[in-house]
Design a protein around this ligand. Structure first.
Ligand SMILES: [Zn+2]
Length: 99
């Protein structure tokens, strides 16, 4: 169900495929066909994020990693000295909210 909801391809193709039918052409009428998801090359962002996860010793959750990447100034980050990391603030050009 979540795969269907998060599908990046035609909904009808996904459904038909699930029930064992193969259809080569997208339907042209579902929300994905009418408004295809936008894609971008996130290689650098992924490298920055993974680098930051590594530098905080893989000991913190994603919210904290995002705070470090965005260069937030709070007690927790300062107490851990993570404001001194090379990855501190390298993602400040991105918002916290995705999508
Ligand atoms: Zn479609």
């Amino acid at each position: 169900m979540s795969a269907f909801a998060e599908a990046q391809t035609c909904r009808r193709q996904v459904l038909l495929n699930y029930f064992g039918e193969y259809r080569e052409q997208p339907c042209g009428n579902c929300d994905i066909c009418l408004d295809p998801p936008k894609h971008f090359d996130a290689t650098q962002e992924a490298q920055k994020a993974l680098s930051c996860v590594y530098r905080v010793n893989q000991s913190f959750g994603i919210s904290y990693v995002v705070e470090v990447l965005r260069g937030m100034s709070n007690i927790r980050i300062r107490e851990h000295g993570h404001d001194k990391l090379t990855t501190y603030g390298i993602g400040r050009d991105h918002s916290t909210i995705t999508g």
